[in-house]
Design a protein around this ligand. Structure first.
Ligand code: PLP
Length: 318
């Protein structure tokens, strides 16, 4: 197997991120709940994308790219962080975002405005149109360009979360369960593969916040990332556990997600977001309610960031 250190990587974040026990929530749920603070990764407003971008933007640099394209919804945290990171590394980011969701200059759109990022809102539901437009613009610019897929979720990006599993294995506590949000798949696939390699006995749960076929996307990405690492592991259905928390739709707040955000805020003084982490934490609460955790279990929740969404998407909460 290749080591993670053998891949080109730029340093963007502050690692390891802390793991803290959620004392009040643990008492309420009668189990031991911990939080992995990937909202504190150290660039922009923090979040999971920094780990992926360390690998993706190193690849872009290695290939001599002067322009970096990426995509997502209008309030994509990934797109905003790609702009922050690419700019810091001296490459020009161009974001071609779906003209869907909250398009006003709030949340991540506001942050992109502050950074002077070139943002194109495209009226399409199909990412294929957007990737085509990236090529059209890239070729017309006549400079080297690099395309990062939606969410940074390809095999190379997923290595960021294989590495996160390695990091967790060195932080001293053994976890029975690891829970994360799944939006484009790379975080979950990386953690689930990383758990197979570095966290034996830890079950990884992906809380789906979109309606894509994650039962196919997750193992496919895990296999591609394993191939990149030349790791000889088979991927079986028991290596990843999926739960549907999408509710009324992607990037539309759900009742249970909002309740989970309020619980975390009141009990622990931490803020989750309405698109990813609030819904994912609602999934953890549902599992606790269904008796999935024993009193002696250690359960780790990944706080993957998303603060921009609090100010753009979570409006009129009661
Ligand atoms: C805050 C936050 N959490 C979780 C996710 C989901 O991660 P992934 O896209 O790797 O599934 C994203 C991005 O989509 C995100 O912005």
């Amino acid at each position: 197997m290749r080591t993670l250190n053998s891949f080109p990587r730029v340093s963007l974040g502050i690692f390891p991120t802390p793991i803290q026990k959620l004392e009040n929530i643990s008492k309420k749920l009668h189990t031991n709940v911990f939080i992995k603070r990937d909202d504190l990764t150290g660039l922009g407003l923090g979040g999971n994308k920094i780990r992926k971008l360390e690998f993706l933007l190193a690849d872009a640099k290695k290939r001599g790219a002067q322009v970096v394209f990426t995509t997502g919804g209008a309030q994509s945290n990934h797109a905003m962080l790609t702009a922050a990171a690419a700019g810091k590394l001296g490459m020009k980011p161009i974001l071609i975002l779906k003209k869907r969701g909250v398009t006003e200059r709030v949340g991540n759109q506001l942050l992109e405005h502050l950074m002077g990022t070139e943002v194109i809102l495209m009226d399409t539901d199909d990412y294929a149109d957007i990737y085509e437009e990236m090529d059209r613009i890239g070729l017309s610019l006549g400079v080297g360009y690099y395309k990062i897929p939606c969410g940074g979720s390809n095999a190379l990006g997923s290595l960021g979360y294989v590495d996160c599993a390695r990091e967790i294995s060195e932080q001293g506590t053994r976890f029975d369960h690891l829970v994360c949000a799944e939006g484009s798949g790379g975080t979950m696939a990386g953690l689930a593969l990383g758990a197979k390699l570095f966290l034996p006995g830890t079950k990884v749960h992906g809380m789906m916040v979109d309606n894509d076929p994650f039962d196919q996307i997750t193992p496919a990405l895990m296999r591609e990332a394993a191939a990149l690492l030349e790791a000889e592991v088979g991927i079986d259905p028991e290596d990843y556990h999926l739960m549907d928390l999408c509710g009324p739709g992607y990037a539309i707040p759900s009742r249970e997600g909002n309740d989970a955000i309020a619980l975390m805020a009141r009990e622990e003084g931490l803020f989750l977001d309405p698109v990813y982490t609030g819904k994912a934490f609602a999934g953890l609460l549902k599992m606790a309610e269904e008796g999935a955790f024993r009193e002696t279990d250690n359960v780790l929740f990944l706080h993957s960031g998303g603060a921009g969404g609090i100010f753009a998407v979570l409006r009129n909460i009661d």
